[in-house]
Design a protein around this ligand. Structure first.
Ligand code: CTP
Ligand code: MG
Length: 374
């Protein structure tokens, strides 16, 4: 039995007022379409996901989902679905989903597919909680009413026939077409996560629905002090009779900080991303390592909340440079300085830092990332 999901993403998203059609606009760090595509593609019962896009949206699709080829949609949602159906001949079951509903849960898919055992179609619904009135203000009894969401599931045969035979006005979903032919449609429990993004303000509400995860991670690094080297600390060149040696500029503070940032998204450590064995990092400015870690967090839809770095050395004195270092790190990360803490300490002349053989740094970073990851 072959089950295919069709995501209709061929609309213009005019009601959002944004220049980019909403399905390609960023939501929690990804184009909105990526969220439902990932959820449907990951479901074990779904064999294939087909994306229907509008004319001229190929570049947007290529950027959002590299390697995914879109089916060209039509002027209306119904036409876009019909073109998707035409592209999946031979399927047994189909799930039809709006890209405008980014967060699809596996539980809803399970309920829909289970209902197909005994029905031609199945739709997720939620109860109406608000009091309803007609345009003239007359009360509309809400008992027995439900709000309809997508994905909607159908036997392939029923939905293809329903589309071919449809005569009425432009339908707002697919189930009504199957029902018009006498097909039975099961109502299964929907999910508040499936709420549609229609207007500009719905983006913030969608982000709030998946919530944020707060993560904290730490980093630590040491480099040796040697004659004839420059001393770079926190992206600032500091006058001193010795400098730190290492493959890159050996900026111990930025290295500790980079590791802390990588740690927040469990992305390994600086040596994995910038191997010391790779000649291209010889003498490299460590600011780029830090910015790379920050870009990985941004790509996850994350934001840096706060960073804290401690430089451990006997000399030079860090105090006079603290503000410059703080400003430089803030600049590298595009943060306000009140989110960047720079501290220094000695080890009371004990150990390798106390003897001036090297400088150590430790850092902590706190970020928030969308509460659900792809
Ligand atoms: N859709 C489609 N083809 C169309 C129109 C809509 O594939 N010709 C898709 C949209 O991309 C969306 C879903 O159908 O995923 C639901 O439509 P809607 O929320 O109305 O999206 P848009 O039509 O893009 O938005 P608007 O009506 O505000 O322009
Ligand atoms: Mg529309």
């Amino acid at each position: 039995m072959t089950t295919v999901a069709i995501i209709v993403a061929a609309g213009k998203g005019e009601r959002t007022g944004s220049s980019v059609p909403k399905q390609f606009a960023p939501l929690a760090g990804r184009p909105m379409l990526c969220w439902s595509h990932a959820a449907l593609a990951a479901h074990p019962a779904i064999d294939r996901v087909v994306v229907v896009i509008g004319e001229g949206q190929d570049a947007l699709l290529a950027e959002a989902l590299p390697g995914v080829i879109g089916v060209c949609g039509g002027a209306t949602r119904r036409e876009s679905v019909a073109r998707g159906l035409a592209a999946i001949a031979g399927a047994d079951r189909v799930l039809i989903h709006d890209a405008a509903r980014p967060f699809v849960t596996a539980a809803v898919i399970d309920r829909l597919l289970a209902a197909l055992d005994s029905h031609e179609g199945a739709i997720p619904t939620l109860p109406v909680a608000d009091t309803l009135v007609a345009a003239d203000g007359a009360n509309v009894p809400r008992a027995g009413l439900a709000r309809v969401q997508t994905p909607q599931a159908f036997s392939f045969e029923s939905i293809v026939k329903a589309h071919a035979d449809w005569q009425g006005d432009e339908p707002t979903d697919d189930a009504q077409m199957v029902r018009a032919l006498g097909g039975s449609i099961a109502l299964v429990q929907g999910d508040a996560m499936l709420e549609k993004v229609t207007f500009a303000e719905d983006f913030a509400a969608a982000q709030a629905r998946i919530g944020w995860d707060t993560r904290t991670a730490t980093g630590f690094d040491v480099h040796r002090l040697e004659d004839g080297e420059e001393l770079w600390l926190g992206g600032v060149k500091i006058p001193h009779h010795q400098g730190l040696s290492g493959h890159s500029d050996a900026d111990v503070a930025l290295h500790a900080l980079t590791d802390a940032l990588l740690g927040t998204i469990a992305a390994g450590d600086i040596g994995q991303h910038f191997p010391p064995s790779d000649p291209q990092w010889r003498g490299a400015e460590s600011g780029q390592f830090l910015q790379h870690a920050a870009s990985l967090i941004a790509a996850r839809g994350g934001e840096i909340s706060f960073i804290d770095v401690t430089i451990i050395c006997e000399a030079p004195k860090i105090g006079p440079h603290r503000g410059t270092i703080q400003a430089r790190i803030a600049e590298l990360l595009g943060l306000s300085t009140d989110r960047v803490s720079v501290k220094a300490t000695t080890t009371e002349r004990l150990g390798f830092t106390g003897r001036g053989e090297g400088i150590a740094a430790q850092a902590a970073a706190t970020v928030r990332v969308p509460g659900v990851s792809l």
